[in-house]
Design a binder for this molecule. Structure first.
Ligand code: SAH
Length: 384
């Protein structure tokens, strides 16, 4: 288990000035005009300049915006704030994975993980909510109640913080270590689709972070009515946390299945815009010993996915304290994969990354509710 080092000040500064990282170009232009930083007829040019500094160069100080005159930089600094949310803890795994615990405000924290050698170069696994409402039986995050949705700015901030740490400003075209984004951290992105879609608009902008929609994957446990809108609004790649091939078992593992059973889920997936052999759906399947890992289930999976351009990620179950499952044996996982391979599916076995720092799939969890309770207790003690 990793050691968590808390380097944060006791009382983080909460800026009264609004941030700019979560604004679309149009909203940024409106903010600059409203703050009388720019007259309406010059807003386009100013917005383009500020946008590039924010999202291409990643600056955190208006003084660095050297093509903007000094008085304007001063006025920007009076009205707006460029500070990142606080990194409350940072851990690096023996395998190179990095995990940041990000404090968005006191008591509201989420984790974000960089995984090398995933996607073209490396993937950033971002959180969309603090806590989660889904209660999947095998997922540690599911044991933490939902605290709240993250804003678009807070989602973008996770990418900025990873870029800061990897030293990848300004955005490079080639040789990037952070090449892909996966919404596979804490929370259910399709319960926060507005903010997720806004964040993807910002992250994919070519004059900014420039991580393309095709290299962005949104994973859902199966919020059926939002799957079509996700495709229409983001053109992101779709991933489905499947884990079972029949409703009885899926009802137990992923309780959301009781609301949106497999037949409805598969129909929504088949309707996802833009699917082809070059743009496949990723199915995630966690390998739980004696629960969903038989050869018969592998064959059922092949039947279920018939006709869907698909790849299947087999995820060895990552244990966490008190988890009610065990990971399947390696030989069982290989036998399962062999059935899928024979049916023509790429089915890589996801080597667990960052297990030593509890950064692997399903291991993310923060103390956000607890922290709030203890803060309340501290406040009460203070009053008494
Ligand atoms: N709520 C979304 C986004 C989270 S993705 C979703 O369910 O897709 C996190 C992925 O890790 C999901 O595929 C989830 O099923 C998987 N996962 C959760 N707990 C895990 C564990 N203990 N071991 C391995 N994978 C796990």
């Amino acid at each position: 288990m990793g050691v968590r080092l808390d380097l944060s000040p006791r009382h983080p500064r909460a800026s009264p000035r609004p941030g700019l990282a979560g604004l679309s170009r149009a909203a940024l232009a409106a903010a600059l005009v409203e703050a009388e930083i720019s007259p309406p007829d010059k807003a386009r040019m100013r917005t383009g300049q500020v946008w590039r500094w924010l999202h291409h160069y990643g600056v955190t100080d208006f003084e660095a915006m050297t093509n903007i005159d000094k008085p304007t930089r001063g006025r920007l600094a009076e009205r707006f704030d460029l500070a990142r949310p606080q990194v409350a803890a940072r851990q690096v795994s023996a395998d190179g994975a990095r995990k940041w615990l990000i404090r968005f405000q006191p008591g509201v924290e989420a984790e974000c993980v960089y995984i090398p050698d995933v996607g073209r170069a490396g993937a950033l696994c971002v959180s969309s909510q603090v806590g989660c409402t889904l209660n999947c039986r095998f997922c540690h995050t599911g044991t933490q109640a939902l605290v709240r949705n993250l804003s678009a700015a807070e989602i973008v901030a996770q990418v900025q913080i990873a870029r800061d740490d990897l030293g990848e400003w300004p955005s490079a075209k080639d040789g990037r270590r952070l090449s892909n984004i996966v919404f596979m951290g804490m929370g259910e992105p399709l319960y926060n689709l507005d903010n997720v879609a806004e964040a993807i608009d910002i992250i994919s902008d070519n004059e900014g972070l420039a991580i393309s929609r095709r290299r962005t994957t949104v994973s859902t446990a199966g919020v059926v009515p939002q799957i079509g809108p996700l495709g229409a609004r983001t053109q992101a790649m779709l991933a489905i946390s499947l884990h079972a091939t029949n409703d009885a078992l899926r009802d137990e593992l992923v309780p959301l299945n009781r609301r949106y059973p497999l037949a409805e889920l598969m129909a929504a997936i088949r309707g996802y815009p833009g699917l082809s052999n070059a743009r496949r759906v990723t199915f995630e399947y966690v390998m739980l010993k004696g629960v969903n890992d038989s050869a018969a289930e592998a064959r059922a999976l092949v039947r279920l996915l018939a006709g869907v351009p698909a790849k299947i990620n087999l995820i060895p179950f990552n244990p966490w304290p008190g988890a009610p499952y065990e990971c399947s044996d390696w030989a069982t996982i290989e036998a399962f994969a062999a059935v899928l391979n024979r049916a023509g599916y790429a089915s890589p076995i996801r080597t667990p990354r960052g297990r030593d720092i509890l950064a692997a799939c399903g291991q993310l969890r923060t103390e956000s509710t607890k922290a709030r309770a203890s803060a309340r207790r501290a406040a009460e003690a203070h009053v008494a």
